[in-house]
Design a protein around this ligand. Structure first.
Ligand code: ZN
Length: 302
């Protein structure tokens, strides 16, 4: 399941145990931001069958409205076929038959949680969330500018300030920052989605840091052998954790010589040492440094 459909499924489950006023506010959000909400037509389309079914059931129990349930490809459609039923629904939510219905009727919000429930309905009907592994993007797609402005004002009131733009005749209230997305999903009550988002963010950051570190090391070690590169990393690690200065003098000398001469052979390092040293003796010290670094704490990445 995609991140988007997982989030919507979570919200559907979360909305099962809410107060009657909030359930109605959520239904209102779903219908107002569905496909059409007018005396001539009330309809919406969704890829989530459970959502469409839940709406049908809710409309039926709430206002004794008959709904029409259709399937077209991967989309589920919901409509209210009878004119008098549509009128009853409009009136129930404070809209008249002549309205263009490009406003949010605030009188539908009774308790403190009603706005959030309404937004949940809006999200289920018209939000698009991209897979956060690629990039962060959450948008509400609205057919009318006036309605999009009304939604932006509501989001502002919920401390979720958004940006508006127009794309191919549709108005978008969007977020493209992971922290903002977390705020929106928290407000909606999608705790699992928020955790998932944080998890993905940490993994992404870690991958970026490791890549940066490796690139940095490779750039610095472009001309040294694999063995010398490993020794240099070990020395860096020992210094970072403060262990280098506490080592016996011959080991410190080997470390210093290697750092000062990253691209010379073992034989040349021996020649540079203060006291006569054999090739195997120098090799032993460098290996010792690597072994110590392997046991030491991990070097901190930037
Ligand atoms: Zn409520």
């Amino acid at each position: 399941m995609s991140f988007a459909s997982e989030t919507k499924t979570e919200l559907l489950q979360a909305s099962q145990a809410q107060a009657v006023c909030c359930a109605e506010a959520q239904l209102y959000g779903s219908l107002l931001f569905g496909h059409t909400f007018s005396a001539g037509e009330i309809s919406l389309r969704t890829e989530n069958r459970a959502y469409a079914e839940a709406l049908c059931e809710q409309l039926h129990t709430m206002a004794l409205v008959n709904t029409q349930f259709t399937q077209t490809g991967r989309k589920w459609g919901l409509a209210i076929p009878r004119a008098e039923d549509r009128l009853r629904v409009l009136q129930r939510f404070g809209h008249g038959p002549g309205d263009l219905n490009l406003r949010i009727a605030e009188e539908n919000f009774n308790c403190e949680s009603c706005r959030r429930a309404f937004l949940r309905g809006v999200f289920l009907s018209c939000a698009v969330v991209s897979a956060p592994e690629r990039h962060y993007h959450l948008e509400f797609c609205v057919g009318y500018k006036k309605l999009a402005l009304a939604l932006a004002a509501l989001l502002e009131a919920l401390e979720l300030p958004t940006k508006l733009c127009q794309r191919r005749g549709v108005w978008l209230a969007y977020y493209k920052d992971s922290a903002q997305m977390e705020d929106v999903l928290t407000t909606l009550g999608a705790q699992h989605a928020v955790l998932e988002l944080i998890h993905i963010k940490i993994e992404k950051d870690m991958r970026n840091n490791v890549n940066r570190q490796v690139n940095f090391e490779l750039a610095n070690m472009g001309r040294v052998s694999g063995a010398a590169a490993a020794q240099l990393l070990a020395i860096k690690k020992l210094r970072a954790c403060g262990a280098l200065a506490a080592l016996p003098a011959p080991l410190q000398e080997a470390a210093r010589l290697r750092e000062e001469n990253p691209d010379v052979s073992l034989r040349e390092l021996c020649d540079l040492a203060a006291a006569p040293t054999t090739r195997s003796g120098m090799n032993h010290r460098l290996k010792k440094l690597e072994a110590l670094a392997g046991e030491g704490p991990e070097i901190e990445s930037e």
